[in-house]
Design a protein around this ligand. Sequence first.
Ligand code: C5P
Ligand code: C5P
Ligand code: ZN
Length: 482
Amino acid sequence: MSADTTSVDGPVPELRDRAVACADRLRRADRVLLASHIDADGLTSAAIAATALERAEIPFETVFAKQLDEREIERIAATDYDTVLFTDFGSGQLDVVAPYAADGAFTPVVADHHRPADVPDGVDEPACHLNPLLFGLDGASELSGAGASYTLARALEPPNVDNRDLAGLAVVGAVGDMQGTDGGLSGANQGIVEEGVAAGVLEEATDLLVYGRQTRPLPKFLEYATDVRIPGITNDEHGAIEFLSELDLDLRDGDEWRRWVDLTMAERQTVVSGLLQRAIASGVPADRIDELVGTTYTLTGEDRGTELRDVSEFSTLLNATARYERADVGLAVCLGDRDEALDRARRLLRNHRRNLSEGLQWVQNEGTTVEENVQWFDAGTRIRETIVGIVAGMAVGTSGVRGDVPILAFAEKSDEEVKVSARGSHALVRQGLDLSRVMREAAREVGGDGGGHDVAAGATVPAGTRATFVAEADRIVGEQLS
Ligand code: C5P
Ligand code: C5P
Ligand code: ZN
């Protein structure tokens, strides 16, 4: 088979021919090294690619990396694999990858959604580069790494194999990367949702957009719903219980509070109406109130009341493994392990939640330092560098942290290196903000490197360069927004 004789359908027509060419290249490999990123999107990307390779009977081995830097690429080049499939990273490092490919060290196949780096002059662009940004799609909201991997998986299908059951994992990846806008997925992601629904693995519904619909008892569910703050309920255990008790519903099962999934549609309606009334009465702005309800995605094959049934809870569970050096655990869960790996993941999740909540509290207490165009905080060793970006994203717009300027979050990586995470907003991106450029350029200025997306990016810089980095980032953001 070759690119011009094979035709597959799939959710992303723009990417289809490239996906077919990439699949073709993989089929010609004796064996493949699959390398992926350590977050929810990276894990689901790897699980999708691994399943598709297995079904296509292409031998492979999987490795994960926190970051694909020069050292990591050098290590990969030193293995005796001659075909390397990079998922959820690779594009941002094409400047390093392409020369290895040109030298014949390995043939890269990249399924990614990060801003591509420029290939050095005189070096060929790798042919098998599958990235929504190359086809006019937004890599931060229209297709994730898992979505790119899914597109490749559809193209890898042997006759009589249907990989659409992998759409559920692709949606977990997209939601894990916060690709939803206006209360749901859109663009190419929506095409994947439709394939998942058609394959019977996914359900779409309009529901309350609060984290923990499957697992949290109702009072905790409402108390911890912090995306849209409702005075007297958010962060107020007593208030949440009182609100629920006044609703004239039977929301307990014996001594235990029921969970959102346990409620009937009519009961959910009553709670939602009550919440909306309370929000309006407390003066929550109308556009914030709209954010309370949106599209939710449920994996129909998973047990009710588990973290795995709701894609958003699933993605948090995955971050709780891979961001703590246990990508193997998260990958096993994605591949279907519901015993030991799931137990381990649940224990890691408790730890992750505690770290997020302590980290958030610390940032709120400390507040940020506001420069002309950016705000920043430096957590040192108080927040793990692998989650400092998540904490920064959660902190934006809460007490002590402005919502209208980009945030830079520093955390110590080692004695020599510092991690920086940057988060903006879609409103700022519309005004010209591109954090992937900011992070790349400011980091290179101080001897580090970075990249990512316009709305969320990151970098690693040498210790002791914070002041220069902040000044440089502040200047570039100022230029972008002027
Ligand atoms: O490496 P990767 O692309 O997988 O990570 C994307 C990161 O960007 C995630 O941490 C996600 O939370 C963040 N993001 C964000 N806001 C968006 C889109 C992505 O904070 N609108
Ligand atoms: O680590 P963090 O969640 O802040 O990453 C935000 C985005 O920036 C992710 O998409 C990540 O892959 C990207 N990033 C990058 N280069 C780095 C650090 C992060 O491209 N050195
Ligand atoms: Zn991603």
